[in-house]
Design a protein around this ligand. Structure first.
Ligand SMILES: [Fe+2]
Ligand SMILES: [Fe+2]
Length: 395
């Protein structure tokens, strides 16, 4: 390629360069001084001189979360064909169309319309009104939670260091946006009254959004996403709710994110064991107990004992929290025993002839695939950490 190079004024070029260098020196040093004195300074944790976010590249985390999320990114148009989503590429649409035995545009449009009506008919065929309302009450807990997950992951995106971690969080923001909008359509298709946030969950979600820095990982990725993972795992085998399997996959990656991130940027001893932080975490967990009491009738409608569900959930969440380093005011086993005691005390007071039970040994997740996914999040990481702790104690 040939260009006709134009002449420039050499001295003007020199002056412009000098002014820019001078301003660069003044502004950046002023920002550094402001940051040192705590008065402000540069807000973005971005190192443009190295073309990298502060914290470095962290390609391992990028591969595990960003690349994997992209690979597994599912399209609502394909998995929730009854929805209004239009997110497939031309090629994917072509494949779907071929699967639908080469329908023409008019036929496809008609099929889409019927699919939505068909989907509602399927729900009406499979569930009574009371069952539909129970499913809506349970799923809307997560529906509202997805809105907060979207906001919180967007804030954590600013707090994590390294390019890989920011890429991982970007995928979470994207997936939470999709969860919020797709789940909303799913819930609306039930044509039941959609309840507001129960106040216990409101406190939990507000507390998470207001928590500082990486503590958000505890409130969101461990606690709230642990609840979401359990609900999706319990319901994804129900007729018409198959799409929840896709949500379950995404949430399992979100639950694994603190473990993978904190491997590269571990919490300090003080961050793990600071009494004020431990009490704040406990204050986020506590509302889940009255929330379980409140949700008992809805789970019961679907034949699920809320304390079996809650026990399975609490075991997973507490194990994950301690593994990652988010300690609570009591040792791990005592904390589990305390919550099991509270569940039993409530049952004693409300259920005739209640016999003391080990609710925390229950398993609420249905489906082999879902159980395998959860094993990876809740157990493989345990083995890895146990191995690391063993190495650390041996050295
Ligand atoms: Fe989500
Ligand atoms: Fe999530």
């Amino acid at each position: 390629m040939k260009f006709n190079k134009l002449n420039v004024n050499e001295s003007a070029k020199q002056v412009n360069n000098d002014i820019e260098k001078y301003l660069n020196f003044v502004v950046r040093n002023l920002d550094k001084a402001m940051a040192l004195t705590g008065l402000g300074g540069r807000k973005a944790d971005y190192d443009d001189e190295h073309y990298e976010f502060i914290g470095g590249a962290n390609d391992e985390l990028r591969k595990k979360h960003y690349d994997k999320s992209l690979r597994l990114l599912w399209k609502a148009e394909k998995h929730a064909s009854w929805s209004t989503f239009d997110d497939c590429t031309k090629e994917e649409e072509m494949l779907l169309k071929m699967a639908d035995q080469s329908l023409n545009a008019a036929e496809k449009k008609e099929l889409d319309r019927v699919k939505s009506a068909e989907y509602k008919a399927l729900l009406n065929r499979e569930y009574t009104q009371a069952q539909k309302q129970a499913i809506v009450n349970i799923l809307s807990l997560i529906g509202h939670g997805e809105a907060y997950a979207w906001l919180v992951s967007n804030e954590v995106l600013r707090d994590v260091k390294s390019t890989g971690a920011k890429a991982a969080l970007t995928m979470q923001v994207l997936e939470e946006a999709k969860h919020f909008v797709v789940l909303r359509e799913l819930i609306q298709a039930f044509e039941c009254e959609i309840p507001r946030l129960p106040i216990y969950e409101y406190i939990m979600l507000e507390g998470t959004l207001k928590s500082k820095g990486l503590e958000k990982f505890f409130g969101m990725n461990v606690l709230v996403e642990g609840i979401a993972l359990s609900i999706f795992g319990a319901l994804s085998k129900y007729p018409g709710l198959e799409v929840l399997e896709m949500f379950h996959l995404d949430e399992s990656r979100h639950c694994a994110l603190p473990t993978n991130y904190l491997k590269t940027a571990p919490l300090t001893w003080w961050e793990r064991n600071n009494p004020a932080a431990m009490v704040k975490r406990f204050a986020l967990v506590l509302p889940a107990i009255p929330l379980a009491f409140k949700m008992e009738p809805d789970f019961a409608e679907l034949g699920i004992d809320v304390f079996d569900f809650g026990g399975s959930l609490v075991r997973k969440v507490i194990n994950l929290a301690y593994r990652v380093g988010f300690h609570l005011p009591l040792p791990q086993e005592n904390m589990k025993a305390f919550i099991n005691f509270l569940f039993n005390a409530y049952c004693n007071a409300t259920r005739e002839g209640h016999v003391y039970q080990q609710f925390l040994e229950r398993e609420a997740t249905l489906g082999e695939k879902e159980l395998a996914v959860e094993r990876e999040v809740f157990q493989l990481t345990a083995e890895q950490n146990a191995g690391r702790e063993l190495l650390a104690s041996a050295s």
